[in-house]
Design a protein around this ligand. Sequence first.
Ligand SMILES: Cc1cc2nc3c(=O)[nH]c(=O)nc-3n(C[C@H](O)[C@H](O)[C@H](O)COP(=O)(O)O)c2cc1C
Length: 221
Amino acid sequence: MPSATPTLLHLDASARRRSFSREVGDAVAEAWRSAHPGGRYLHRDLALTPVPQIDEAWTELCDYVLAHQITDIARYAEAVRTPEQAAAWAIVEPLLAELVAADTVLIATPMYNFGIPASLKAWIDQVTFPKMSLAGRRFVVAYARGGAYGPGTPRHPVDHQERYLRDFFTGHFAVPDAAMAFLGTELVNARVDPALAGRRDAHEVSRSAALTAARKIGGEW
Ligand SMILES: Cc1cc2nc3c(=O)[nH]c(=O)nc-3n(C[C@H](O)[C@H](O)[C@H](O)COP(=O)(O)O)c2cc1C
């Protein structure tokens, strides 16, 4: 279970400093910190300090956990049997410790090529083990994307950003819908693509709605 002290784990994944996912994520974090003056705030910038890709030794840890039906995260270290596996575990352990301590996980992410950035996927691959439950935690995703992918839009079927994260949190981490919030800034490309200039107002409406929701969620969760 999460630690007794309210803890927010805040992950950033945009390659940009001036980023719309960072803007909304920061608004959530600021509101959360005001609402939890004694809380613990952990921040990890996956774009600035990427975590490595998993390696073969990591897969051996994973297979051991599965073969021995270990579902208690506190017992994963039992899987370490070789120096290579110890090196793989040395990468996983601090990432997992932050995740396990958090009662709220805030992920700020751009859409890259219909999906999430490789930096965020590398983190997910490192911290995810078979039959692992993160039930009891809340997940807030602040996302940005160049186009519009909401329900009813032609691109909705290729939204592998929100759709993927929602499916993964539900299907693998056992997080119910009520414990997830997705705050999206859409049509960011209207700021740079002349072909989308007519969608600039729609982008600003989306950005403003995401910021309003961010302050509310951050203050309440
Ligand atoms: C490498 C790359 C790939 C992108 N792929 C897409 C895409 O598939 N669909 C889309 O709508 N926007 C795409 N975009 C636009 C970004 O989603 C958009 O700029 C968004 O604001 C990025 O988030 P950020 O502002 O937090 O950096 C892409 C941008 C980059 C740099």
